[in-house]
Ligand binder design. Structure first.
Ligand code: GP9
Ligand code: MN
Length: 692
């Protein structure tokens, strides 16, 4: 025994032995923090493997720097590197506890300014055990070195040896990256969620990624100046689309619901399978005489998917050609978004979603947009039950029922966005929740689509019934939209089968990008409107109905769908487009009316080129606004700049705030109901809630 110990002790007293010790200790504590302080959501064995592996490569790389030196210098370098990495870990543990997200460099940068109450909130949530977990090994190692219980080895290591370690670390990094991208494609381009980057690549790689992102954004931002605005102003002046006097201000002061139908395409409207309507409730809503429905309305998202849709809907600005604008610019940029505008018109604003708040960087972006409240996963105790969740979050029926708990507490009028999620690729739903047959295209990822869409429709129906029972239906404008396609273009044969066609061409695929857009309000002149438009046009439309002037005031790139002077050009993010005459998809131009492929004559070519110029221009302007953060130079008259530090989305603070507001102005639904909950009016057939 003694012999083994002596041998071990001898090894410890070599530079390499000490290196291994430092490395292993750091690896272990990161692993513990991964499992106790963060919710990284590793669920498959490959994800667990990646998670266990991922602290190693950069630890090897960074501690390995010390191996190029000898004696004291090498040892202290290791300790300094250890301290820096551990401090990054420590800061993230604290930040995560409060925000369920990782620190980004744009947040660190902003934390010095008054616009952020970061340090205050972080000091309050520190536990002594955090310090122990993160720094204990360093303290012990330093004591061992000072007391000479571990002796410093003066011999230099061979350069070749140090190089091998560096090489090994890089090889491991590549391996980790390869495995990760294989498991989650688009990891670094689309990003999704900081949790994903840490889960797959590790905390240090995340730091590097975030630093790169911030650097990249800062350079574009610095280059931009006030004059860049002129081009946008010029464009807006040349492309006016007035309001519609018939509709302007018709819904002024009403509550507004934005009901987000996840992955919901227009073709589902009135679609039947085996003689049954897939979405009877949404169909009825679509045909209601007080619903304005648009049947030539297209989603315009790119890689940012839901986040692109949200960006367009609430800002009338496009997403980015690659990646997500909410992730890249949501934290730092200045916005003049729907929630802020409505807040300043006396509205209570709230977004609700049954997923973690960090997804698509909502937790930060919503503050920049001026959302007063953001109810995410932790607000819904039901989400603790794994059976109540599927895919990205709480099942729609349960989510909407639980959302009502908070809706009834919102002072009226309110602007409330509800983001559903069950109808999401890969369209999985357990038997207990599924009450519609799968289609039989033979394409596994497609055939469940109608099943989850049907489930979403039932959830929608239950929610609408609740609004009717409680009276909210009569004093609200209800906006319902599909965010983007659910079936991607990679599934041509299956799409053809669903559409009862032999095959689909590019024209069919372009038309397949239609999503529902509907506005309902009591007394509203409804009907089916055939104007061509898309998500970029939503905000000016809603503002028109609410009687809020946008033209000549806000930098919104869309046009009011109700206006008579619309240009009806629908740009897609890749530069393709649809107009009432022409549909461009890839290299093909089609006649939009007939779907016939066109070989253009000279005058047609001129027209198409002109449309193309317009499309390129508007996309380019949008990118300039976003990457140059141009709205920071723009001050719409009467609009108060959003201050992010005004917002706190913690459960505690939110509940307190709502209580306070309701004590002041008794306008919430619950208050109107003499302080009684209206949840009895919420009827759901969700099997999970049956036993209640
Ligand atoms: C996750 C959800 C999904 O919170 O909104 O986003 P998507 O994958 O559709 O972009
Ligand atoms: Mn989506």
């Amino acid at each position: 025994m003694k012999k083994i110990w002596n041998k071990f002790y001898d090894k410890l007293n070599t530079t390499f032995g000490f290196f291994v010790l430092v490395l292993v200790l750091f690896w272990i504590k990161t692993f513990i923090a991964y499992h106790t302080d963060f919710t990284l959501g590793a669920d498959t064995s490959i994800q667990h493997f990646i998670l266990a592996l991922n602290p190693l490569p950069t630890a090897l790389l960074l501690f390995g720097i010390a191996l190029y030196f000898r004696g004291k210098v090498a040892y202290w370098l290791m300790m300094i590197v250890d301290f820096l990495q551990s401090t990054w870990l420590f800061a993230n543990i604290l930040y995560y506890r409060e925000f369920s997200d990782f620190l980004s460099f744009s947040i660190v940068k902003g934390s010095g300014s008054v616009d952020n109450n970061l340090s205050k909130s972080i000091m309050g949530i520190m536990h002594p055990s955090d310090v122990l977990l993160v720094y204990l090994d360093i303290i012990i190692l330093i004591i061992l070195l000072i007391t000479k219980l571990i002796k410093i080895d003066q011999r230099p290591l061979k350069k070749r040896f140090a190089l091998t370690i560096t090489g090994l670390s890089l090889a491991l990094m590549m391996t980790d990256y390869g495995l990760s991208v294989h498991d989650r494609s688009g990891l670094l381009t689309r990003t999704f969620d900081n949790n994903y980057i840490v889960k797959y690549l590790g905390l240090n790689e995340y730091a590097a990624f975030s630093a790169y992102q911030t650097y990249h954004q800062d350079t574009a931002r610095k280059r931009a100046n006030k004059q860049d605005l002129n081009e946008v102003l010029q464009y807006l002046k040349e492309n006016p689309a007035g309001d519609n006097v018939q509709y302007f201000g018709k819904e002024k002061g009403k509550n507004v619901f934005i009901f987000h139908l996840e992955s919901f395409q227009q073709f589902l409207i009135d679609y039947k399978y085996k003689g049954r309507e897939v979405t009877p409730n949404i169909n009825a809503f679509y045909h209601d005489k007080n619903t304005l429905s648009f049947d030539n309305f297209f989603h315009q998202v790119a890689q940012g998917k839901t986040s692109d849709a949200e960006m367009m809907l609430e800002n009338s600005l496009y997403g980015l050609p690659t990646g997500s604008a909410m992730i890249n610019y949501g934290t730092q940029n200045t916005f003049q978004a729907a929630p802020a505008i409505l807040d300043q018109h006396g509205y209570t604003t709230a977004a609700m979603h049954g997923d973690v708040p960090s997804f698509w960087n909502r937790n930060n972006t919503y503050k920049s947009w001026g959302y007063e409240n953001f109810f995410s996963k932790s607000f819904f105790p039901d989400s603790n039950n794994p059976n109540y969740n599927v895919g990205y979050g709480l099942k729609d029926k349960i989510f909407l029922r639980d959302a009502a708990e908070y809706i009834q507490q919102l002072p009226q009028p309110f602007y409330c966005k509800l983001i559903t999620v069950t109808n999401h690729y890969p369209y999985l739903l357990g038997k207990e929740d599924a009450s519609f047959p799968e289609t039989n295209t033979g394409d596994n990822t497609v055939d469940g689509y109608v099943v989850t869409a049907h489930y979403l429709d039932q959830a929608f129906g239950e929610f609408i019934n609740y609004l009717k029972k409680t009276g909210l239906y009569n004093n609200s404008m209800i906006v319902v939209y599909g965010d983007h396609y659910g079936i991607s273009n990679n599934h041509r044969p299956a799409i053809a089968k669903l559409l009862h066609k032999k095959s689909v061409n590019n024209y069919d695929l372009a038309m397949f990008q239609k999503v529902p857009f509907m506005i309902h309000a009591p007394g509203l002149k409804g009907g089916i409107d055939h104007t061509y438009g898309g998500e970029i046009d939503v905000l000016p439309t809603l503002m028109d109905l609410l009687g809020i002037k946008t033209q000549g005031k806000y930098m919104m790139l869309g046009q009011d769908l109700l206006s008579k002077q619309r240009n009806q050009i629908v740009p897609f993010r890749n530069g393709d487009f649809v107009t009432p005459q022409y549909t461009k998809f890839g290299n093909d131009i089609y006649d939009t009316k007939t779907g016939r492929k066109l070989s253009l004559n000279d005058s047609q070519k001129k027209q198409v080129d002109k449309i193309q110029d317009h499309v390129n221009k508007v996309l380019n302007l949008s990118d300039k606004i976003m990457t140059g953060d141009l709205l920071r130079f723009y001050h719409p008259k009467g609009f108060k700049k959003v201050k992010k530090s005004d917002y706190d989305y913690s459960v505690k603070d939110t509940k307190k705030r709502l209580r306070k507001e309701n004590e002041k102005n008794h306008t919430s639904l619950e208050d109107k109901n003499h302080g009684h909950s209206t949840l009895n009016d919420y009827v759901t057939d969700a099997v999970e809630l049956k036993h209640h």
